[in-house]
Design a protein. Structure first.
Length: 401
């Protein structure tokens, strides 16, 4: 089990701060000098590639603490490894709430684990902020009143791709490889919702389980359908296998990845030069792209990465996602002031207005409200050129026409 504890208590200076700290004394996880926050990630297991998000959040929190913390407090961020196992996620959630007594949970990653812990977190009144899942069910504010999401919902993202394919390949047949859980099924449902009666006529699907060794047979079967486009809706390990197999068998469909797998690291097993044309929607700039070399936000990210993530894979944009999650966490805590009660954390998490992050794609902003609990709702399409991701077209959203 990976456990990261970040935060060294420091003396609280100033009468005003002392009074404010006293008001927060009854808030779980909050003292005069620190705030405890929990996180659960797949640092190991079948979705370990996405664990980079959690590692980057841990690193970003360290950078915040190195800058003096927030409002006189250091962040004690406790990040646990559930290996993408729902029972382990439940065990960790109980530990974080009942033993570590965290103020709230931030950035938890993985739809299966989140599904398993959601009822418990709600029953305990613990906000789950910026969860890293696009499962559409989590965007239901009435069902998940203490939740905000840190990804574009899978149905929103899926509609973006369905709209794009309908415009560029009208009347063509599409293939979808999807992970057989909430993640994959939401993408398929988005295509069904957009295409309606045409779905059964023009879309062929194949699913896989996260316990399967490969998805080679699924790709071979999808090719035999005659589809002109392939959408891969899964986690990085299986997306990489699918791209590699597609290239090996000489299939050349219009190929779109889902955002959780939209990293150069996913393309590498197939060969970066052979993956030309692969597309994905994104919310962030690609820090490996020379076009952003003089961009201040990307320059700051490079400096952060060099200092706090030495030896990590710079091309893995899951680290960018975690970095941006960290920036949102910092903004949320600053916006909350000295009222770090769970009620106020939840209120502020639903009160983010047009927040522009320096590494976000131009025109893509963070906004939440009482009726919308998604940090992100728009994406920029980009295409792999062989050396970098090239943005194209306008910023898109997945709202119904």
């Amino acid at each position: 089990m990976l456990l990261s504890r970040i935060g060294i208590a420091t003396a609280c200076a100033g009468l005003v701060l002392a009074c404010a700290s006293a008001r927060a004394a009854d808030a779980p996880g909050v003292t005069a000098t620190e705030i405890k926050i929990g996180g659960i990630f797949p640092f190991s297991g079948p979705a370990s590639g996405l664990g980079a998000v959690g590692k980057a959040i841990v690193a970003y929190v360290q950078s915040v603490n190195d800058r003096g913390g927030i409002n006189g407090r250091k962040i004690n961020y406790i990040a646990l490894d559930d290996a993408y196992s729902p029972p382990k996620a439940v065990e960790h959630a109980r530990r974080l709430v009942e033993s570590d007594e965290v103020a709230f949970i931030f950035g938890q990653l993985g739809t299966p684990g989140l599904s398993a812990t959601a009822k418990y977190s709600r029953a305990k009144g613990v906000p789950t902020v910026g969860i890293f899942s696009g499962a559409s069910k989590f965007t239901n504010v009435s069902e998940y009143p203490l939740t905000t999401t840190g990804l574009v919902s899978y149905d929103t993202e899926g509609r973006i791709y369905a709209k794009y394919l309908n415009k560029t390949l009208p009347g063509a047949k599409y293939a979808i490889l999807f992970q057989n859980d909430d993640l994959g099924k939401d993408y398929v449902a988005a295509f069904k919702g957009f295409m309606k009666d045409d779905f059964d006529k023009r879309v062929v699907t194949a699913s896989y389980e996260v316990t399967e060794p490969t998805v080679d047979s699924q790709i071979v079967n999808l090719r035999s359908s005659g589809a002109e486009a392939l959408f891969i809706a899964g986690t990085p390990k299986f997306a990489a296998q699918a791209i590699r197999k597609t290239i090996e068998i000489g299939w050349k469909p219009t190929l779109i990845l889902n955002f959780p797998s939209g990293s150069i690291s996913t393309l590498k097993p197939a060969g970066l030069d052979k993956s030309v044309g692969v597309m994905v929607g994104t919310i962030n700039k690609d820090p490996t792209d020379p076009k952003w070399e003089t961009d201040q936000g990307v320059k700051d990210y490079r400096a952060f990465f060099s200092k706090y993530l030495p030896g990590a894979d710079f091309e893995n944009t899951s680290y960018v996602s975690g970095y941006m999650q960290g920036m949102i966490l910092e903004h949320l805590l600053r916006q909350s002031g000295n009222d770090l009660s769970r009620a106020n954390i939840q209120k502020q998490a639903r009160s983010l207005k047009d927040l522009e992050l320096p590494t976000a794609a131009p025109g893509v902003k963070v906004s939440t409200s009482d009726t919308r609990n998604m940090f992100w709702a728009k994406m920029q399409m980009q295409r792999w050129t062989g050396t970098n991701w090239e943005p194209f077209g306008p910023v898109l959203d997945g709202s119904p026409d």
